[in-house]
Design a protein. Structure first.
Length: 89
């Protein structure tokens, strides 16, 4: 998270732009011979250089990458929550 605050009694926050690639897109192309690091996979998906694979040929993310990804998401959600950026509706 880059910044946060309150405007007209509404919390807000700013984060880095991550593009339109999502985890499902990455998992559709992850197979034998594809990069292990998430940055390279996201770049290849966004550049459309890796084709989607049939389900049987797909590999999940390496456990170290998956743990790092989940840990990063959890830390950022916790930080936003601690700053009051998430409110119940």
């Amino acid at each position: 998270m880059r910044d946060s605050g309150v405007w007209k009694e509404r919390p807000w926050y700013v984060m880095d732009y991550v593009g339109t690639t999502n985890l499902a897109d990455v998992l559709e192309v992850r197979g034998a011979g594809t990069p292990d690091d998430l940055h390279s996979l996201i770049q290849a998906v966004s550049e459309n250089t890796l084709p989607a694979l049939p389900q049987a040929e797909r590999h999940g993310l390496p456990i170290s990458v998956a743990v790092r990804l989940i840990s990063t998401v959890a830390k950022n959600v916790a930080a936003a929550h601690a700053r009051g950026c998430f409110t119940a509706i």
